[in-house]
Design a protein around this ligand. Structure first.
Ligand code: ZN
Length: 69
């Protein structure tokens, strides 16, 4: 069996009685949150997480050092 790299297989559960579960092939979407990033604060490869500050603004925060980027 040859797997296509850009294709992911997703097993779907049956939605109701009498229905079969199915496997769908889907092109893998590019997940922006998985893009590697070098944190300017700690200079490490990191990922960004989003947090809401007290005034309800969204901040990007380094997952390694928790500083705002
Ligand atoms: Zn950092």
């Amino acid at each position: 069996m040859v797997e296509k790299v850009a294709i992911i297989k997703k097993h779907l559960r049956p939605k109701g009685q009498g229905q079969k579960g199915q496997i769908v092939e889907k092109e893998r979407p590019i997940d922006v949150s998985n893009v590697e990033l070098i944190c300017p604060k700690c200079s490490k490869k990191t990922r960004v997480s989003y947090v809401f500050s007290k005034d309800n603004t969204k901040k990007r925060v380094c997952k390694k050092c928790n500083k705002e980027i």
